[in-house]
Design a protein around this ligand. Structure first.
Ligand SMILES: [Zn+2]
Length: 196
């Protein structure tokens, strides 16, 4: 079957090539030129041969309401991820630990889900302090303030199931927030806790 696809593509490529040449050749009968153009259009419409395309993962930032479509085989650049996971309170970004984006994409793949929602990425020390003053369960020197943590959930996946998977990754810290409905993962020391 493979050779057929290959042959079809080769044929299409040569037809397209010929068509491109014909387009400039006004000495040919109009009918031939029209046929050549049609062949070129057909060639462009053929699917590209290769590996089965990996589905995109849509990351959604709950605070900025921004979406980022991620190709699992070609992860976004560091500046793109840093910007996407920026602190919404100060609008400042931080260099995010690259393993976090792998984790987000791996979670989507594991649960066969197209979306990952981010509750918190980078947290500026100022915002971290604001949260502490408001009485939120936030560590003084949170891994979020170092760009090493991400709080997230997957719609249609239970927090408990995501939490079990997160612990299996042995990445670092894992926090379970059942009432709020998200899981915290960071690249610090391996430790487990739960909050609201
Ligand atoms: Zn967190």
């Amino acid at each position: 079957m493979t050779w057929r696809v290959g042959a079809a593509l080769l044929l299409a490529a040569s037809t397209a090539h010929a068509a491109a040449g014909d387009a400039a050749d006004v000495s040919k009968p109009k009918k031939d030129r029209a046929r050549a153009t049609k062949a070129a259009k057909h060639a462009r419409a053929l699917p590209v041969a290769g590996a089965h395309a990996a589905p995109l993962v849509d990351l959604y930032n709950e605070h900025t309401h921004e979406w980022l479509a991620v190709d699992p085989t070609a992860l976004p650049s560091a500046p793109t991820m840093d910007r996407f996971l920026r602190d919404h309170y100060t609008n400042k970004s931080m260099h995010m630990e690259p393993r976090l984006v792998h984790v987000l994409v791996a979670a989507a793949a594991h649960f066969h889900q197209p979306e990952v929602h981010i509750v918190s990425g980078f947290r500026h020390p100022k915002f971290n302090l604001v949260l502490r003053k408001k009485g939120h369960q936030v560590a003084r020197d949170s891994q979020h303030t170092h760009g090493n943590a991400c709080d997230f959930f997957l719609p249609h996946v239970t927090t408990r199931a995501l939490h079990a998977w997160a612990k299996d990754q042995k990445l670092g810290g894992v926090g379970l927030y059942l009432d709020s409905g998200f899981v915290h993962m960071d690249t610090g020391a391996v430790r487990y806790w739960s909050g609201d």
